[in-house]
Each structure stands twice: as C-alpha cells, then as structure tokens.
Design a protein around this ligand. Sequence first.
Ligand SMILES: [Zn+2]
Length: 81
Amino acid sequence: MTGETLPWFALVLLLAVVAIVWALRLTPPRVSAVPADREVCRDEPCEMAWCRECSAHRLSALHADGSHTCLTCLTTTAGDQ
Ligand SMILES: [Zn+2]
C-alpha cells in the first residue's frame, strides 16, 4: 500500500463504519410480533394439551419423551395421557 492509497483506504473504511452505524440506527428495534413461546414450536411439535396448572387446554410443546410444556405457564407435564 503506497502513501497515495492509504488516505483513500482510510476514507472508505470511515464511510463503511458510518454506513454500518447508520444502518444499525435506522433498523427498528426487533419487535417480536410472535411471542417468545412460539420459538419453541420451531423445534418441537406444538398442539393443544391439557395443563394442570392452567386447568385448561393450552398450546403446548410436545417433547420426544411424551411430556409437554404448557406455553402459557411453562409447566412441563409428564406424558401420562
Ligand atoms: Zn399452563
């Protein structure tokens, strides 16, 4: 790198940093329209299941061992059904 290109390189670098900062500033904060509990359903099947804590059928994540976790109160119920 010669003495000619160094200032240009620094300028490009500066512009890149400014651009990144602007992009981050302009990016709206990630509003999760989907509640966090829905994240669980990406990895595991979810369906309505009886929750003792809620005393109601709630959307629950079904685990491989047959148990399920209520996505409302996060109580894990043994799969005894
Ligand atoms: Zn529950």
